[in-house]
Design a protein around this ligand. Sequence first.
Ligand SMILES: *[C@@H]1O[C@H](CO)[C@@H](O)[C@H](O)[C@H]1NC(C)=O
Ligand SMILES: *[C@@H]1O[C@H](CO)[C@@H](O)[C@H](O)[C@H]1NC(C)=O
Length: 257
Amino acid sequence: MADQTSLFIVSLVLIALQTQHTAAKKLPNFVHVCKRTDPELESCLMKTIESIRPELPNGIPKMQIPALEPMVIPMLQVNRNVESLKVKATIKDIQAWGGSKFVLSNLKVNLEKLVGEGTVLLPSLLVNCSYDIDGRLMVIPLKGQGIFKGNITNTKADIKASVEILKDKKNREYFQLKDIRLKVKVGDATGKATNLYNPNNDVITETAMSFYNQNRRMVLNIITPIIEEISVEFAMQIGNNVLKTVLYDEILPIELS
Ligand SMILES: *[C@@H]1O[C@H](CO)[C@@H](O)[C@H](O)[C@H]1NC(C)=O
Ligand SMILES: *[C@@H]1O[C@H](CO)[C@@H](O)[C@H](O)[C@H]1NC(C)=O
């Protein structure tokens, strides 16, 4: 079992997405559908993704896809205790713009093995949130409450996923994610933290910000595992909600009708 002192624990309060227990209404008709045996399955699936992209800013409620412009996360709790980073933080009212502009490449899907992989690039993510943080990054204290605004650029994620096929009550097949592995590399992140009680910032906030600005690459590498963990949690929860609304026979039919 996870040892609380050595592993970090991320708990999430997700957007209250309605979970559907019985799956599979009809797919919205704008969704590009691929034949299961398409010899060019990956390039067909890229068309599927492009067919839904215009709807992503507002989300697709019927498919349980949340709005991406902005993406709203009511709260995240981060609790990490490793040598370089000992921190407890509550991050609230997160809004992020730019999520729908992802670029997908290197897509590979194997329907026999039920695995897939790909690379996602997010050119720019503009984020704002409020934070309440207590801890330290190496020797730098992190403490205070305030507002953070930032610009996270060129985030690249190599993703590997495996799925299983389940059956609903009517014996119809749908996918659920079994496992997601992520390797994230944040290109750069710039931003400003403003202390809630002292908009000109206290010494602790200023010290942390200037340490970050002088050691960006190192700090980003230290926090990347947290980003990976949070992203996997999100991808599992949101992905499985979406996949519950889609029948295997609808999204990847044996014959196109
Ligand atoms: C983030 O920006 C939006 C739009 O400018 C604003 O409505 C919201 O209050 C901001 N959130 C925080 C936590 O500052
Ligand atoms: C975010 O950063 C990118 C790359 O540096 C830049 O092109 C973009 O203008 C920035 N956006 C804002 C709102 O600062």
